[in-house]
Design a binder for this molecule. Structure first.
Ligand code: 9MR
Length: 551
């Protein structure tokens, strides 16, 4: 019996999904510490999943609105894990998901008063990083030493990638821009808590300060990443002293940087005008560099044929830049109101736009344009078109949820189960919350909630995909910190990648169908790693839902 292990709101849809055959039609709910039946319901018709050989029966108990701790019993199928029903069930998830970034901080010690049992020394200082041969320029020849400290580790590895920071920061800054009052109250107990900035911005500024160091002041271009030549072993960060490098600048990194710094400039303006001004200037310089290098790919394999040492860490080597142009132009336009940027938005308005992913960021520009206040009337036609597109996608999602075996939007297309599939579910939820904000049509909010249900347990694997949350969550994520720290529970608040039938890690998977190809094994990096770009839409989704329940 799979369900959202974090629990349910008293007055929202509540669905459990039974994944084994049962003869009867009935289910009931009891308090977790008594046999008294407090709700009885009927299972829905059998529904064969299109992503596995599982046949499901839906147990809809939305009509049950009592707060407390409960279990569901399905005669013939046993009972569910205990789950709470109350108005705050997702708040701890929202706090944990944002706090997850603190644990990824690279260059500062994590103190026990903030990190609890996961306290640890600082990791990589990155105060003396080499300019890689493939990144050499006139002012910075190969081997030049630069400082590029701070920022979050990307994932289970200890490298810092601008492209992936881009979508992550854009998503977090958008969460703040969409729910500012909520985030002004949200305290994650980090060293900066209690200062003038909301903690989501404190956390984002930590990574922003690093991103700013990745821009070459001579020309405005931005290095693709700060990295080891090869992945570190499964050790604590900073234990190995392998040289660190910045590698070739690229158009995706530079435009993502421009988008993030442009957005940060307007978000930070009320809190830190000096940093905001620095960001605005950095964004402009990055844009200028991109105009000079409109389609320069970071092509690691080709670079490795020419330059030493070979770099074999994550590539994030996007080759299609129209969406980065759209996103950067959108953010720069909103922040500066300079019409040159809007003309680039208009140029790309006919481009296909799909769900956000690290290589697909156009939608982030859409979100910002839809949110922006007081845009000139001349933009109205374009904004209208964008709104129609977001709503069309959301409508397609809502329709899919009603018929799918787990009653989720997730899985509406076979491609949903890919590397980082959890972020697909989370980003679909973000699309839906944007549609809800545009229309206040509750169907969108409920469909978003359905994908949160998916992430927190109502799925074919029976796992809640966020470490430390619920009754069954990953214990062995592919996360060097969690593996090497000697602490039994993994670092909490981290969203694992989720089912991925590609299984590129070649680990042993007990289940291999699209929606079951997940294994809680530390070697299974293709389904059980964590990553900053996956946690960000989780932060948006769960915080947005927690924020909207008031309204
Ligand atoms: O999330 C990335 C996924 O879309 C790619 O298919 C995969 C292979 O290139 O890489 C993933 O990103 C990894 C990055 O390259 C290195 N750090 C860990 C990331 C998550 O697995």
């Amino acid at each position: 019996i799979t369900l959202n292990q974090a629990g349910f709101y008293p007055h929202a849809p509540k669905i459990a999904v039974v994944t084994q055959p049962v003869k009867g039609d009935s289910f009931y709910i009891t308090p977790s510490h008594s046999q008294q039946i407090v709700f009885r319901g009927r299972l829905g018709a059998a529904n064969r999943s299109v992503h596995s050989s599982i046949t499901t029966r839906v147990a809809d108990f939305s009509a049950f609105t009592t707060s407390g701790d409960f279990v569901m019993v399905v005669p013939g199928a046993g009972q569910s894990p205990a789950f709470p029903v109350n108005a705050n069930v997702y708040h701890p998830v929202a706090v944990a998901a944002l706090k997850g970034y603190y644990y990824q901080r690279s260059d500062m010690p994590l103190e026990a008063r903030f990190a609890g049992q996961w306290h640890r020394p600082a990791g990589h200082p990155d105060t003396a990083v080499l300019v890689h041969a493939g990144a050499a320029s006139a002012t910075r020849p190969a081997g030049t030493v630069i400082a590029t400290p701070g920022g979050w580790y990307d994932a289970g590895d200890y490298n810092k990638y601008i492209v992936n920071s881009g979508i992550t920061m854009g998503t977090l800054l958008s969460a703040y821009e969409d729910f500012p009052d909520y985030f002004k109250q949200l305290n994650t107990n980090i060293p900066e808590s209690g200062d003038a900035l909301p903690d989501i911005l404190n956390e984002a500024v930590y990574n922003l300060q690093w991103m700013l160091t990745m821009q070459d002041p001579a020309d405005g271009g931005v290095y693709n990443k700060c990295t080891n030549a090869a992945f570190d072993g499964m050790v604590m960060p900073g234990v190995t002293k392998a040289p660190r490098y910045v590698v070739q600048k690229g158009t995706a990194a530079t435009l993502d940087f421009a988008a993030v710094t442009a957005q940060a400039a307007r978000v930070l303006q009320p809190f830190n005008p000096a940093l905001a001004a620095q960001c605005r200037e950095a964004a402009g310089k990055a844009w200028q560099w991109a105009l000079q290098h409109p389609a320069l790919r970071y092509d690691q394999d080709s670079l490795n044929k020419v330059y030493q040492p070979a770099v074999t860490t994550g590539g994030y080597g996007d080759r299609y830049f129209a969406d980065e142009w759209l996103w950067a132009a959108s953010e720069l336009y909103i922040t500066t109101r300079d019409p040159q940027f809007f003309s680039v938005v208009e140029k790309h308005i006919g481009d296909p736009v799909s769900l956000p992913a690290w290589a697909n960021v156009g939608m982030l520009g859409y979100y910002s344009l839809l949110r922006a206040k007081d845009l000139p009337g001349s933009t109205a036609t374009v904004i209208h078109q964008i709104k129609e597109r977001v709503l069309a996608l959301a409508n397609q999602y809502v329709m899919a949820a009603n018929t799918s075996a787990f009653h989720t939007v997730m899985g509406q297309s076979p491609g949903d189960f890919t590397w980082g599939s959890s972020s697909v579910a989370a980003n679909q939820g973000v699309v839906l919350l944007n549609a809800y904000r545009l229309t206040r049509d509750q169907r969108y909010a409920y469909a978003a909630l359905g994908n949160l249900d998916y992430l927190l347990g109502r799925n074919a694997t029976t796992y809640c995909f966020v470490t430390g949350i619920g009754s069954k969550s990953p214990l062995h994520p592919h996360h060097r910190l969690s593996i090497a720290d000697g602490i039994t529970p993994p670092v909490p608040g981290l969203l694992v990648g989720g089912p991925n039938p590609g299984r590129q890690d070649k680990s042993n998977y007990e289940f291999t169908e699209p929606e079951t190809a997940y294994t809680d094994n530390a070697g299974a990096y293709a389904s059980n790693e964590i990553a900053i770009n996956w946690n960000a839409p989780l932060v948006y989704l769960v915080s947005g839902i927690d924020a909207l329940k008031q309204t």
